[in-house]
Design a protein around this ligand. Sequence first.
Ligand SMILES: [Cu+2]
Length: 119
Amino acid sequence: MKRNSFWVASFTASVIIAIVLLVAGSPTVTANDQPSAANAEVKIDNFVFGPPTITVPVGATVTWTNKDDIPHTSVSTEGVFKSKVLDTDEKFIYTFTKAGTYSYYCTIHPKMTGKVVVQ
Ligand SMILES: [Cu+2]
């Protein structure tokens, strides 16, 4: 009987150790893992930024592409970003690292306006 309870006790201990090792060895999900930021595209076509307003998460990269045969720019009203003059099919890329609403316009055609909402 004494021998029997020894085996029960050691078996129980082994199971507990195995569970502890399993839990400790399982891959941990760290709080630093962030979902990859959604990127967005704005097409400049027929003197219009399309879509005129986009909403993206913090960290998103926005790409403007000029689809017109006429040069355009994408310049932040508050001076946050400023593209060069974009010829046909040229791109301007900017990554938004802070939340906020960013209005922009084309300096060549100031009536062309758009907005990036970063949240
Ligand atoms: Cu323009």
